[in-house]
Design a binder for this molecule. Structure first.
Ligand code: ATP
Ligand code: MG
Length: 387
């Protein structure tokens, strides 16, 4: 019988506004719908994950009190309206934690130890990192078994990605050699600007196995509106394309779970995959959460918001074509954007040493980062990255 310790995944990009919080909140709900007990920890003083789970008023204790030893994990976590998802909230104190905890003599604990001490019934911990490299980010990356890097395909992705990979490599080198890179997750992928396929090809060529084939579509009507209501987008619009993307991602994480549990448990082999609920059961669970939210009046609070996407909404790439002029403008932008993103990713791949040709895998060395092909660890590659 293998002792249960949770797998800890940090969701991090040094750049702001790339979809870290959105990924934590929706991945948490989708993993819970698939049958896992998930703890989301809001490490960001902005408190966006806390707000996205509907916590309007900050609780008295949260992440800050946990890592400063003022409260134990069991006393700071709170249930959310979604069965299987618990939250450690950001509180006011977290806003200044980087200043306070950086000063000499201000002791604070490594989250991983606190989570292990609490033991028990959590399967997956998701850490919502702030942008930048403060104390909370470092604590998250030192504590995590794996890091997932949301990447928004914008011209400004370059600097953020380079900084992000530098930070991860530094943490791997000095503080957490086992930190697995779960890969880059393209968020805010906007097929309507006709660049999706180009970016996919460019990124795939540059990052290879480090890039997920699962991408999160840009869908402001769903995602932005959901955060205004303080609910995960998956609950706000269960049939939206964005929800399907996050369910795909959650299934991919489950495929990686044996590898991550091996790291968490310090085993020499991957444990057997654990059973999960079916996709249709997960969808039914999310629809039930949506119905509960409707009954609770959660979507009526603010009015004048965009309509929820209809149940059978087609994926964005199948929506009506844009006008000829805007289409031409978009085509003109395409090589520029693709080039910029390509240059960014080439730099990142070179920096990380993971370019396919001549990279660590080609050289036969074991990569410090396992993923993105968790199928190689024996899991079914239902939604894993392409070969
Ligand atoms: N797939 C998406 N489509 C459209 N909008 C999205 C999508 N994902 C996230 N957003 C919106 O983009 C904004 C930034 O997302 P989010 O807060 O998740 O980013 P972040 O990386 O956590 O930001 P920060 O670095 O400030 O913490 C939010 O308004 C969110 O609702
Ligand atoms: Mg955030």
């Amino acid at each position: 019988m293998i002792a249960e310790v949770p797998v800890i995944i940090a969701v991090f990009n040094a750049k702001g506004g790339v979809g870290k919080t959105t990924t934590v909140v929706n991945l948490a709900t989708c993993l819970a719908a698939l049958g896992r007990n998930v703890l989301a920890i809001d490490m960001d003083g902005q408190g966006n994950a806390t707000g996205s789970f509907g916590v309007a008023e900050q609780p008295a204790v949260g992440t800050y009190h946990l890592i400063t030893g003022q409260a134990g994990l069991r006393s700071v976590w709170q249930a959310t309206p979604y069965d299987g998802v618990a939250l450690v909230a950001a509180t006011e104190e977290l806003t200044v934690a980087d200043i306070e905890l950086a000063s000499p003599g201000s002791g604070h604990a490594v989250l991983r130890d606190l989570i292990a001490e609490a033991g028990g019934d959590i399967d997956v911990v998701l850490l919502d990192c702030p942008p930048g490299t403060g104390v909370m980010t470092v604590n998250a990356l030192v504590s995590a078994h794996a890091v997932l890097v949301p990447v928004a395909p914008t011209p400004y992705a370059r600097d953020g990605l380079i900084r992000t990979w530098r930070i991860i490599k530094r943490i791997q080198g000095a503080l957490n050699p086992q930190l697995t890179i779960l890969g880059g997750l393209v968020t805010l992928a906007d097929a309507a600007v006709d660049i999706h396929a180009d970016l996919q090809r460019t990124m795939q060529a540059e990052l290879g196995h480090l890039l997920h084939t699962v991408q999160i579509v840009s869908d402001p009507a769903t995602f932005v509106t959901a955060s205004v209501h303080g609910v995960p987008a998956s609950v706000y619009a269960p049939a939206s394309w964005g929800t399907r993307c996050y369910l795909d991602l959650a299934e991919w994480v489950l495929d990686c779970e044996p590898h991550l549990r091996r790291l968490a448990l310090g085993l020499t082999h991957n444990p057997d995959p654990r059973p999960a609920r079916s996709r249709s059961d997960a969808e039914a669970t999310i629809r039930a959460w949506h119905d509960q939210a409707v009954h609770a009046g959660l979507f009526e609070l603010r009015g004048n918001l965009p309509e929820v996407a209809p149940r059978d909404q087609p994926p964005p790439e199948r929506r009506a074509s844009p006008s000829a002029s805007s289409s031409a403008r978009r085509r003109a932008c395409r090589p520029l954007l693709a080039g910029l993103v390509g240059a960014a990713l080439a730099s990142v791949a070179a920096l990380a040493g993971y370019a396919l040709a001549g990279g660590p895998w080609a050289a036969g060395r074991a990569p410090a980062a396992a993923p993105a092909k968790c199928a190689g660890d024996g899991a079914a590659a239902r939604h894993g990255p392409s070969e």
